[in-house]
Write a protein that binds this ligand. Structure first.
Ligand code: PLP
Length: 377
């Protein structure tokens, strides 16, 4: 966890008044807690380039934010006796794909945009999908800003503009964009955006949903008036305070340095290990993610070998680790099942150094050589 976020988490977990105070209470301890909550809301809003902190709703995760955005729109459409046309892509995070599947079962029309072999989407396909929306339906486009497995960046600002021009609403899964795309802030055409604290150096189990002022969606949790009646239930103040501190620290993060390290890693790997493929190599990607495939090397064997050396890398999506399901992202990019099971994703953090990269490439070379030798013997 980012240092400032860790201190904020410890501070707010241990402070008598913030443990005792509930931001919804009128008394002094409640007001202390409320000002900590307001501060975090401002810090998160600022990191997203927003002027109005009230447009930020704290949630328990980006998964919850995405569910709130998509289902909230669906219920809102139902209230107006309208059909929801949800347009998304085949390479979204499971939080979007599983919600889309649920909404399709509930009667929403769902269109999945395809990607090419580099993982790129086609804006013309988006235009065509929007034109094909049934009359009177509410159009909601939900796209991932950058893919969590390959790091490939979608042209999300252009997609939001096209969506706006066609009278639709636009939700951005910005989890992999914040702190990973230099200069990232929310464009005015974006209506909703989901982010997660643990992806920017904050704690796990807290996220946020940006809801542009004036955009209406039904709450998923009903009860108290917390979060301006958009999410009932007492908020997780220590985690939110730490989220705010992590968001504030982002402005000091050296993204160019991480980008240079990733490029170094990729060139060293290609130089030292034959049969290396980097997914989405020809398109723009976030600064810290590389998705590798090595000819003749299965993902699990590689992961296990690297794990024994102390390197924690993931096969495909982290959320699928532990299972050997092929990556839906690589399948959508046209890879076969075996390849889609064998890719490994390396993510760099601000704490990584050039020495780490060199040690990792050495380790990778040893494990791959061993696996290939066993296969050949
Ligand atoms: N969207 C993307 C692109 C992600 O990478 C993740 C998590 O890895 C999520 C959504 C879900 O975030 P959370 O873990 O906060 O539910």
């Amino acid at each position: 966890m980012e240092q400032g976020a860790h201190s904020a988490l410890l501070l707010f977990s241990s402070l008598e008044e913030s443990n005792f105070g509930n931001p919804s209470s009128i008394h002094w301890a409640g007001q202390k807690a409320k000002s900590a909550l307001d501060k975090a809301r401002e810090q998160v809003a600022q990191a997203l380039g927003l002027e109005d902190p009230e447009e930020i709703l704290f949630t328990g995760s980006a998964t919850e934010s995405i569910n709130t955005a998509l289902k909230g729109f669906f219920f809102q459409a139902q209230k107006q006796n309208k059909k929801l046309h949800l347009i998304t892509s085949e390479t979204e995070h499971e939080a979007t794909l599983e919600t889309a599947k649920f909404l399709s079962d509930m009667g929403a029309l769902v269109t999945y945009l395809k990607v090419n072999s580099q993982g790129e989407m086609n804006l013309e396909e988006l235009k065509a999908a929007l034109e094909q929306s049934p009359a009177e339906s509410i159009k909601l486009v939900s796209l991932i800003a950058a893919n969590n497995e390959t790091g490939v960046i979608f042209p999300f600002n252009e997609a939001a503009k096209i969506t706006k021009e066609s009278g639709g609403f636009f939700h951005l899964d910005a989890v992999q964009a914040l702190g990973k795309i230099p200069g990232f802030v929310l464009d005015k055409n974006i209506d909703l955006a989901s982010i997660s604290a643990h992806k920017i150096g904050g704690p796990k189990g807290v996220g946020a949903l940006y809801i542009k002022r004036g955009v209406k969606l039904e709450a998923l949790l009903h009860g108290g008036a917390q979060e301006r009646k958009r999410r009932a239930g007492t908020v997780n103040l220590p985690a939110i305070a730490a989220f705010g501190a992590a968001a504030q620290a982002l402005s000091k993060r050296d993204l160019a340095g991480i980008d240079a390290l990733r490029k170094k890693l990729e060139s060293l790997v290609k130089e030292k290990i034959s049969g290396t493929h980097i997914q989405g190599e020809k398109t723009s990607r976030i600064v810290n993610t590389s998705n590798f495939l090595f000819d003749g090397v299965r993902g699990e064997s590689l992961l296990m070998g690297l794990d024994l050396m102390g390197f924690a890398v993931s096969s495909g999506s982290a959320c699928n680790s532990g299972s050997i399901l092929p990556s839906h992202v690589l399948l959508a990019m046209g890879f076969d099942k075996l390849a889609a099971q064998s890719a490994v994703r390396v993510s760099l953090g601000p704490e990584n150094t050039e020495a780490d990269i060199k040690a990792f490439v050495e380790g990778l070379f040893k494990v791959i050589s061993r696996i290939r030798a066993t296969r050949g013997s």
